[in-house]
Design a protein around this ligand. Sequence first.
Ligand SMILES: [Zn+2]
Length: 478
Amino acid sequence: MRYEMVVGLEVHIELSTESKMFCDCSAKFGGEANTHVCPVCLGMPGVLPVPNKKAIDYAMRASLALNCQIAPFTKFDRKNYHYPDMPKDYQISQYDKPIGSNGYVVIRTDKGDRRIGIRRLHMEEDTGKSLHEGVAAGSLLDFNRAGVPLIEIVSEPDIRTAEEARLYLQKIRTIMLYTGVSDVKMEEGSMRCDANISLRPEGSSEFGTLVEIKNMNSFRSVQRALEYEAARQQSVLESGGRIVRETRHWDEGRGVTFSSRSKEEAHDYRYFPDPDLVPLEINQEWVDEVRRALPELPDQRFRRYVEEYNLPAYDARVLVEDLALAGFFDEAVAAGANPKAASNWIMVDLQGLLKGEGKSISEVKIKPSHLTQLIDLIEKATISGKIAKDVLVEVCFTGKDPESVVKEKGLVQITDESALIKAAEEVLAANPGPVEDYRKGKKNAIGFLVGQLMKATRGKANPGLANDILRKLLDGSV
Ligand SMILES: [Zn+2]
């Protein structure tokens, strides 16, 4: 029997507001332990939380970017459970009235576009952190993160492969980066993901027993964990066993999931509306205001690149997925660069250089206007494309503008015919073999001779002119 994987993902994203969700403490990542705290986020008795307007705006912006509907009436609820890093013994979250619902994102798979539903997006606050490493006995608690605004994005169980799960997460991350509501760094925990996975016989419409997987710290570990877990469940089912509803943790080092606690015994959170927080009424005006402030999103930018600039879909996708690179491209085009040429330079030479150096575009000195100027120098035939590659490297490391580099290094292309004729005659004299081949009818021997002429001029000969002159000399028409 063939089985189909059914996956739903829960993604937590920390919003990059200045202050926390319900108090004035800094929401900044890190800091000395317990320095971003106050009675509110420490959950002292008698304190009163006040919602952060910016966090609500961000949650709405994220909802709209994920094509969600915004609830006209929403509220905060207490989710009751005990955990050492949460002194209140409840987390403020949203239960039955999430701020966003019924959205979707589109992912591009090998088999075409797939639409993954977003069931809900709700607001909540983060918990503190327990520190075990380097602690002799017991653990230490750091509440700097307690109360930092979070959104939780819950997908529909629409994901069918581990690869789709990774693509979905990457898409969510890119969209969040575009909206600017979070820095979405998995390594710093500002983006976290839990997965629900079950198997069912292919063609069946019923759902199998769900297993939750936690502790996946990268897109790659999500993909690996799902692949492992699907294989594990399949072998249980094939040997006549039964899947237990449970939470399992991913062990990155060993590449396995292991059971941590059985879900059946657990969670009754006894949600109830937080009596300290008034419900929120969100009118159309507020929604419109947030919608108007939405920046261009990845799918829109992709369409613009393909439809307005005629970029190949592959190029457009690579640019769009890297916000900094796309911004660089847009600025170069705005400064007058030909879009296709700019895209080629970024995709091939610039990306190659960045990969080789292990740097991002902001860590090298080239500016978008430099690229525009470089392309202009090629178009005006001041330099050859080959020389331009060296100029690009120089600009990246020194930050000098391409024109200065060309002048300083004497790289201006030789377009003076008489100078080239002299060099071409020398090349012909030095290569009697290919010359003879050409004259006997092997016309493509000219390629070698052009190469030699380029070499003799250290790449500065205009290639078209070099070709013309050699041909004329060989055919005896000069
Ligand atoms: Zn506080």
